[in-house]
Design a protein around this ligand. Structure first.
Ligand SMILES: [Zn+2]
Length: 116
């Protein structure tokens, strides 16, 4: 009997042949864990500001520039709020610049991303 890589429990026979986990839920959790580990690896080997800029750029491509993004849809562990290359002013607020991309955090949990 093979063992689930996530919980160590037995993998049921009705799971597909290549399954490494006992359930789809554990497959998902395992994937998340690996992504988080990969992220930590990338973060320590790459310039964190470049990574951060990429992350905000990806978010802007998904949600759009200058539109309110609910922070609930953003992975907070990917964001280091202390990183910045400068500041800018939009809509009467001071924003955080990351190279050619910037963001402003509007309370309580709205984020807007700008092309600078
Ligand atoms: Zn499991």
């Amino acid at each position: 009997m093979r063992e689930c890589l996530y919980c160590g429990g037995p993998i049921p026979d009705d799971r597909h042949k290549n399954a490494w986990t006992c359930t789809k839920e554990h497959a998902l959790l395992l994937k998340k864990e690996r992504e988080a580990n990969n992220y930590i690896k990338v973060r320590t080997t790459a310039d964190p500001i470049i990574m951060q800029r990429e992350h905000f750029n990806d978010l802007a491509e998904e949600f759009g520039f200058e539109v309110p993004i609910d922070l609930n849809y953003v992975s907070p562990f990917k964001i280091d709020w202390s990183l910045k290359t400068g500041t800018f002013i939009k809509e009467g607020c001071v924003g955080v610049a990351l190279g050619d991309i910037g963001y402003i955090f509007f309370k309580p949990q709205i984020l807007k991303i700008y092309k600078l």
